[in-house]
Design a protein around this ligand. Sequence first.
Ligand code: DAH
Length: 356
Amino acid sequence: MFNIKTLETELLNRIACAEDLDSLEKIRIFALGKRGRITAEMKNLAAMNPQARKKTGKALNQLKCLVKNTLLARKTALSSVIMDDCILANRVDISLPVPPEMKGRIHPITQTTDEIITIFAAMGFVVVEGPDIESDYYNFEALNFTPNHPARQDQDTLYLKPDKNGERKVLRTHTSAVQIRTMEKQSPPIRIIVPGRTFRSDHDATHSPMFHQVEGLVIDKVSHMGHLKGCLIDFCQAFFGIKDLPIRFRPSYFPFTEPSAELDIGCLRIGHELKIGHYGDWLEILGSGMVHPNVLRNSGLNPSKYQGFAFGIGLERISMLKYGIPDLRPFYENNLRWMHHYGFLSFAQPTIAGGV
Ligand code: DAH
């Protein structure tokens, strides 16, 4: 004679002993599957007399419910054990030191570029890039350089061999070329900065044939010299992290700006040491000016409608000044000892101004 209590004890025991989800599924099929024990007993109900059928039917339904709930509870318990095991197995010991092969450094040029971008991005500038190999038109002509301007001469500019059409491309001597490319493509308002490599035929302790610049360009209907000054003063104070950094604008000349000014910051030389932010000497760090009407015209913009300012910053220079790097040459020598000394750790997030 079938004993429902015995079946219940057996099923609950099995469930309690199940060690993983697979065995639990087998028990579910054994109890509740098409040919399962409870299902089979349900089928037997048909042959019973009405009274027995009612009593046994009710008991079987209760058992079915109990088994289902117990299965579910065991499943939840097993799943969380599995999760715990998984977490334990994949545990990362964050207190372990970084493996030696991961001890790379961020190059000061990359670091400085990121800092400059962060500061100008906060002022609403977007980053644009241009090609390293440039045409004479974008590098010189459209920027209002006269055909015999000294900068075009071979001793300053690195030229490529003439191509099939006889055109001599240049390795761009400044990032200013991207001004024209941008104005041709995009209508004002324009507010861009252009970090990138630049090339000149120069090599000594303070000049390298390959160096970096960040160009800036603002074109709209209203920006004037006052905006230029405010923007660059804010930049210098943020970059060097010195609120009352001495700054002066000195009249200068560039073919592509009128008027033009160079920006100097105050510093004090004590022996070999250079202290930024003190009065004593002046150090030139960038060129700037109001975009020349010819440059606007060459880019397809009407100078009586649009105006704006531009600036160009030498990256190595300000990186050396900010981080006290005395010589330019090791920047490109791939010297690991130098990198370990002057480079930045990738996880050491620098502040905009203070570096690390
Ligand atoms: N292109 C100049 C250079 O390489 C730097 C410069 C000066 C850029 C004045 C400008 C500017 O945009 O307005 O020396």
